[in-house]
Design a protein around this ligand. Structure first.
Ligand SMILES: [Zn+2]
Ligand SMILES: [Zn+2]
Length: 638
């Protein structure tokens, strides 16, 4: 709202909690004015997890001031004032601002300058309204809760600075952040969750558990995967490959770079250029693909130069290459490489493709926002009448994964187009938009999937679904997208021969249920707090002999060899450390299963099992333990 004013329509969509939080921003302003009557307020919208209010004030507000501000806020919520709406005309509003009466408790010597500016930017014809709570009056289009007392519990969280309207040419303001909930219990739960989230932070655990590193010499946003992280990647890829194979997908492989022309064809250039790494200028002898038939290139010229006569070497051209930011154009080329009939469809190309995106360095966060990423990508080419079945199958795959990972809360955000913006923000294909959106909506409705519809946020080339999931502690992540595309296949002239022998353009579904390795593993680290299920655990088993006598170590090595022969990630702690120290170091690395073996275990051909988080489970026959481990991994038991 500070940078871009919310439309009345967007305001009407504000959720109950957003209304409550926005109302809390008014109460915050009321409290600040009681303490500092000359504060000048700009905008005070609800934001994710809370609200803020921007203000200009000589006194620099710090967290030490929070207590007294909160005390004033409490008086205001206790008084249980009504949020009263008053409609005014433009001149009245400007006059009030002139007298300093907006975002104020009473007329003041200085005008309410930011409110004055905001009024002047309200579109002609739009009703202007004020909201009053007690002595406080603000320029505001609402909506609010009924009374200040409806704000059950609140807390100020931090102060930041922000330019008015986000423009650095404008004055710098203080931004006071807070959060509010219906009641104290919810507020407490929220802060407990934040505490827990801090402990589970994937950047912290990723380092402690030796999963990934970021290195300045390699570059920001370019994670390196340590063996433990690579093991998790291998497991996720195995899962995806098995699942996709069973669902009829075919795997393809594509290079990491491509010529500029590919991205011009796809339409990513110039629109997407800011998110791509700058191009490489290469000089090349082209085109080798159209060399005359029967011509044999010299395998190795002695001086290392091209031995072909100049006429056949092709002309020297300079060309631009880009690191790929998405796999779709490459996959479209693969579809187009072979003639297809309707019998080949749906054709599903899958690849864990590596992409590179030029995210602003200030926006890089651990594994959540990176510059190199490996995506659980696939493109499904299909006829319109295959759409519902196929799209449903894609959604089923998402749900299957959620179940496997114990993701109980998820939401699919179904973004649709705005007919008024056809030809600008959205491809000008009204029929196809309607058709694909109707089909998508049907599938979502009929399958009972939890979704919301968001108008005007579709991708350029078709409706889109963003999948949000919540970790067990309630932290939200956007991990995957699922898109319908009817524009790119046309741009690439992709066709299939239909039943009636005519050439038709297929639809394309882009989907990536496991998102990127980076973001998904970041999510999993926090979701499991590093306590991964056996199948996914970087170190599945560690054998801990009590002592280091030769026969005992030999017995331990035999068990390790047997497990490793079955592809179990099993390590052996052959150090001379005391068993307590061995256990503690294995627990610290969150090794899933520890097999403690002493002389008595060896004599009985047994092992004592200890599971991280569950403690000692007692001695069991070796064969039984190994069989259990193997079946738990095979079934990906949680
Ligand atoms: Zn308001
Ligand atoms: Zn794609």
């Amino acid at each position: 709202m500070s940078d871009e004013r919310k439309t009345l329509e967007q305001r009407s969509l504000m959720s109950e909690i957003e209304r409550l939080r926005h109302s809390a921003a008014h109460v915050l302003a009321t409290a600040i004015l009681k303490l500092w009557p000359d504060a000048q307020f700009a905008a005070g919208p609800p934001v994710e997890n809370g609200f803020y209010y921007d203000l200009e004030l000589g006194h620099r507000i710090s967290p030490e001031d929070f207590e007294k501000i909160e005390a004033e806020m409490k008086k205001e919520t206790k008084a249980n004032h009504v949020f009263e709406r008053v409609a005014v005309n433009r001149d009245e509003a400007l006059a009030l601002a002139q007298r300093g009466e907006l975002a104020a408790l009473a007329p003041r010597s200085e005008p309410s300058k930011f409110k004055f500016d905001i009024i002047q930017n309200i579109p002609e014809g739009e009703e202007i309204s004020l909201y009053r709570n007690g002595e406080f009056t603000d320029l505001c289009a609402g909506p609010h809760v009924m009374r200040t007392g409806n704000i059950g519990a609140f807390k100020l969280t931090h102060v930041a600075s922000a330019y008015y309207k986000g423009d650095e040419k404008n004055p710098q303001l203080q931004r006071i952040y807070g959060t509010a909930f219906k009641n104290k219990t919810q507020l407490d739960e929220y802060f407990t969750m934040l505490e827990e989230a801090k402990k589970r932070d994937h950047r912290k655990l990723g380092k402690e558990l030796e999963i990934f590193v970021l290195d300045d010499d390699v570059g920001p946003g370019l994670p390196l995967w340590l063996p433990r992280g690579a093991a998790m990647i291998e497991e996720l890829e195995k899962l995806a490959k098995e699942t996709e194979f069973a669902a009829g997908y075919k795997r393809v492989r594509t290079p990491h770079i491509a010529r500029e022309i590919l991205y011009k064809k796809s339409g990513h250039l110039p629109y997407y250029e800011d998110s791509m790494f700058p191009p490489m200028e290469l000089e090349d002898r082209l085109p080798s693909l159209s060399r005359p038939a029967g011509f044999q290139p010299a395998e190795s010229a002695e001086d290392g130069q091209d031995a072909r006569p100049p006429s056949q070497a092709g002309s020297l051209t300079s060309d631009r290459y880009y690191l790929k930011a998405m796999n779709c154009p490459h996959h479209h080329k693969l579809f187009g490489a072979v003639p297809h009939s309707y019998r080949d469809l749906p054709l599903r190309f899958a690849e864990y493709g590596t992409c590179y995106r030029y995210e602003q360095s200030g926006e890089l966060i651990g594994l959540m926002r990176v510059r190199s990423m490996q995506m659980n990508d696939a493109h499904i080419y299909l006829t319109p009448d295959q759409f519902e079945t196929e799209f449903n199958a894609v959604n089923e795959m998402y749900l299957k994964y959620f179940k496997l990972f114990g993701i109980e809360k998820y939401l699919m955000r179904f973004s649709t187009h705005d007919p008024a913006k056809l030809g600008q923000k959205f491809v000008d294909e009204p029929e196809l938009w309607k058709q694909t959106e109707d089909m998508t909506r049907n599938v979502l409705k009929n399958s009972g999937i939890n979704y919301v519809e968001v108008p005007n946020e579709a991708a350029f080339y078709g409706p889109k679904i963003d999948v949000q999931v919540w970790s067990v502690i309630g932290r939200e992540f956007t991990i995957a997208t699922n898109q319908v595309d009817f524009a790119q296949p046309r741009r690439f002239n992709l066709v299939y021969k239909d039943r009636d022998n005519t050439e038709k353009t297929p639809l394309c579904i882009h989907r990536a249920p496991l998102g990127t390795h980076e973001r998904f593993i970041g999510f999993l680290i926090e979701h499991y707090a590093g306590n991964f299920p056996l199948w996914l655990a970087p170190e599945q088993v560690r054998i801990l002999p009590i002592g280091d006598e030769a026969p005992l170590l030999e017995y331990a090595r035999a068990i390790q060899a047997e497990l490793r022969a079955h592809q179990v990630r099993c390590e052996l702690d052959a150090s001379s450390d005391h068993i307590k120290a061995k256990i503690s170091s294995a627990e610290q690395m969150k090794v899933h299963t520890m097999l403690v073996i002493g002389g008595r275990d060896m004599d009985a051909n047994a092992v004592s099992v200890r599971v991280h988080g569950k403690g000692n489970l007692g001695a069991k026959p070796r064969d039984e333990v190994i069989a259990d481990i193997l079946s738990a991994i095979k079934e990906r038991r949680s």
